[in-house]
Design a protein around this ligand. Sequence first.
Ligand SMILES: NC(=O)c1ccc[n+]([C@@H]2O[C@H](COP(=O)([O-])OP(=O)(O)OC[C@H]3O[C@@H](n4cnc5c(N)ncnc54)[C@H](O)[C@@H]3O)[C@@H](O)[C@H]2O)c1
Length: 447
Amino acid sequence: MKISIVGTGYVGLVTGACLASRGHQVSCVDIDQAKIDNLKRGEIPIFEPGLNEVVKEGINRGALTFTTSAKDSVANAQVVFLAVGTPPAEDGSADLKYVFQAVEDISPHLPNECVVVSKSTVPVGTNRKISEKFKLESEKTVFVASNPEFLREGKAIDDFMNPDRIVLGVDEPKAGLILKEVYKDFDCPIVETSIESAEMIKYASNAFLATKISFINEIANICEGVDANVKDVSKGMGLDPRIGEAFLSAGIGYGGSCFPKDVRALDQIAGLNGYDFKLLKSVIQVNNDQRWRFYKKIEGTLNPPHFPASPAGRQGGAGGGCRSFEGKKIAVLGLAFKAGTDDIRESIGIDFALKLIEDGSQVSVYDPQAMDNAREVLDGVEFCNSIEEAVDGSDAIVITTEWQEFRDFDFSKIADRLKQKNIFDGRNLSDPDCMQSLGIKYFGVGL
Ligand SMILES: NC(=O)c1ccc[n+]([C@@H]2O[C@H](COP(=O)([O-])OP(=O)(O)OC[C@H]3O[C@@H](n4cnc5c(N)ncnc54)[C@H](O)[C@@H]3O)[C@@H](O)[C@H]2O)c1
């Protein structure tokens, strides 16, 4: 089938490359000229395991092409996927300016009876508005559908190729048939629903996963008070199939381009419909607090108690002009919001680095993949090429991302090069007993 993908970011590029590998003819369009020029040369703008190979294979077969012309991309398409960003607006709602701009760009060029389908995560009711816009502005028949995306960065290729389910929100049976043809070689359940239900499935899924994370983080906080170990608690809970072990790793909370914005957007959607989603508000609050609770642990350990605690938040100052980390050197390991990606959107490592600088610390940082992206937002830190280089002479090591490289690292190699032997492990990667045997003071979450 002839397919156009509008927006060639994390979701659009993976979708385009994977659909090309499943036999479709795919044209990806983006407004970012540099990105498209690089992609035409086979240069991938993001780190995503396996993506390079799938993109190059598609280009070499002539099944995957790139353009900045919306007209060229959609003119002959039977299906047009919208995969542009839906970042959070000031008030927490999803900002739909990219979606409606994309709709405007493609509208005059769409062929008759093509399906325009949102992969972008959009509030319930958005696709209905898109449909109305086409009805007003286009003489052609345009079917609108919702096909939310559930891929995880870092595992995106496998998630896309082998999904747990494909959700198709359609109004017109014909649109459903066309979309099933797109996915005919995918072996998983297809959930065919109304457009509104499909839109809601995406938000409800992310909100539920975020709830699980905040729940186990609260359990971890209680574990610290009662001398229980949250890793054991998670294991004991997760073996119950009604609970499941996924998303029960306690830590400093979730970040990234999806959970924070989607959870806040769902809270907004609820409010706009006259419902106060109290549980979700708590999930958000717990997640916001969790990282700063951990930050205070670092502050409290490295500093005499007379320093006032830092207020929460990226913008928060140390209060009263006190710079609680003056004269300290702190190594932040992990700048990607999670392992397996170079994405730093809503990254806790970045938040910590910024706050540590504000609080007077000298900061060194290292991440296996996200250094280039981090350079664009971090000023005044030392960018290091390895764990060894980052931690040298530090008063504390703070682990913020669950990279395997950090899990596997042999800290005995560097123990003697630390000024003070403190590890604050925000992802519970290391073995506390092993650290203790090296004379390192180890602080995890809920241990
Ligand atoms: N990143 C994820 O893991 C993930 C997973 C599931 C769903 N989603 C959702 O998918 C959507 C896209 O997310 P992303 O992370 O891929 O975003 P992204 O920011 O990586 O990519 C968006 C791309 O759209 C392009 N764009 C913007 N306006 C355009 C226009 N008018 N025409 C053509 N291109 C345009 C941008 O230049 C950019 O390259 C969001 O709604 C997001 O919530 C993301």
